[in-house]
Design a protein around this ligand. Structure first.
Ligand SMILES: [Zn+2]
Ligand SMILES: [Zn+2]
Length: 125
């Protein structure tokens, strides 16, 4: 793994924020001044294929990346500040298994997003 690729992995592994490629770029650039946003895009695509990170795609927004939990899991998304967190709710984590049991499907992937206004944005109105 190239040092630059490792830097992207580290940035994502140390952040609970689910960063966009632009944000990753901002954090990697001080250490790798010659890197470009295009390189970051290529790197995240590669890391995604390698299973090192998970991509959260959005229709009207830039994609975000999770390097802490590179597998499908529920997300809580603030519509105002665009913050994305991983809710720690056991019943949600058990849901895919329950769906598999009840339907007979072998679940390969799932997407579980909750959209709302986070507590700090509620205070800010
Ligand atoms: Zn918010
Ligand atoms: Zn996540």
């Amino acid at each position: 793994m190239t040092p630059q690729r490792l830097a992207v992995v580290k940035v994502l592994a140390n952040s609970e924020e689910h960063l966009s490629a632009e944000k990753i770029y901002e954090r990697v650039k001080p250490h790798f001044p010659f890197t470009s946003l295009a390189t970051i895009y290529k790197t995240v695509t590669l890391l995604k294929k390698m299973g090192e990170i998970m991509e959260l795609g959005f229709v009207d927004d830039s994609n975000r990346y999770d390097g802490i939990r590179p597998y499908p899991h529920p997300h809580l998304i603030c519509l105002k500040c665009k913050k994305i967190i991983d809710p720690d709710i056991p019943a949600l984590s058990e849901l895919p298994q329950e769906v598999a049991q009840k339907t007979g499907y072998r679940i390969m992937n799932h997407r579980l997003d909750f959209f709302g206004i986070c507590p700090s944005c509620q205070k800010r109105k």
